[in-house]
Write a protein that binds this ligand. Structure first.
Ligand SMILES: Nc1ncnc2c1ncn2[C@@H]1O[C@H](COP(=O)(O)OP(=O)(O)OP(=O)(O)O)[C@@H](O)[C@H]1O
Length: 233
């Protein structure tokens, strides 16, 4: 199995607190890998380290390239799309303006929004002139994913995309992630707390417990014992 992103001995500190401890993790090319763990175990922190939004020591190799010396915008430009926790939609900007923000990180100078985004999210086309703040939670999540896809990434990183979203829309977000992964061949790294959702969309899992990777494998290897030990509250 080829690895698109390889993390080796990653350590991260917030001031004096040691948050991530010698994290070793590989994201197989073509996988949908779910990073799991209870609240406060370091999942968001790890994603932010990958994106270059937080400093960390250790090795980060993406498609054979060393990411460590690169600033966040350069990492995005290599084809890593990021949908942050809480979505971070600009509520005063229109849907179109929010999508255009994603274009700024592109390597080539293409300046139009790829049509594929509107095929995936028809609602965004209908709402192009509406302000981001007027969209529902589910629509905002679609906009946040759309904005990350404007880069035409190879790796898409999503931080709890179903948080605060109505159950019927959660299923729809799952369908979209499955399509991106299976049809468009995007490699996906996802933080997700909802177990049925993770089991449905992911092919691989990794578990963080107190800042350390304590388990991982393919989704059928995510046993009830592991769930009890590391995930249930
Ligand atoms: N800006 C910060 N300064 C200091 N400590 C922080 C900061 N952000 C997070 N932490 C601490 O780092 C640890 C990991 O937080 P992180 O948000 O990465 O966890 P998480 O697994 O993503 O949790 P959640 O599911 O609640 O988002 C927590 O103990 C948290 O209190």
């Amino acid at each position: 199995m080829q690895t698109l992103l390889e993390i080796r001995r990653l350590n991260q500190f917030y001031g004096g607190s040691h948050i991530l401890w010698d994290v070793d993790m590989g994201i197989p090319t073509g996988s949908c890998t779910c990073l799991m763990g209870r609240n406060g175990m370091g999942k968001t922190t790890l994603l932010r380290c990958i994106m270059g939004l937080l400093p960390a020591s250790g090795e980060l190799m993406y498609d054979g390239q060393n990411l460590s010396p690169l600033a966040a915008d350069r990492r995005a430009g290599l084809g890593i799309g990021y949908v942050p926790q809480g979505r971070e939609i600009f509520s005063q900007l229109t849907v179109e303006e929010n999508l255009r923000i994603g274009l700024s990180a592109r390597r080539n100078k293409r300046r139009d929004i790829p049509e594929q985004i509107f095929e995936l999210f028809p609602v965004l086309k209908k709402m192009l002139r509406r302000r981001g703040g007027d969209l529902s939670g589910g629509q905002q999540q679609q906009l946040a994913i759309g904005r990350a896809l404007v880069l035409e990434p190879r790796l898409l990183i999503l931080d709890e995309p179903t948080e605060g979203i109505q159950p019927n829309i959660v299923h729809e977000i799952g369908d979209i992630i499955l399509r991106l992964n299976r049809e468009i061949n995007l490699t996906v790294l996802l933080v997700e707390q909802k177990l049925p959702f993770a089991r449905r969309v992911a092919s691989e899992f990794r578990i963080l417990d107190k800042g350390r990777i304590v388990a991982g494998g393919s989704i059928p290897q995510l046993t009830d014992a592991l769930v009890r030990q590391h995930l249930t509250v």
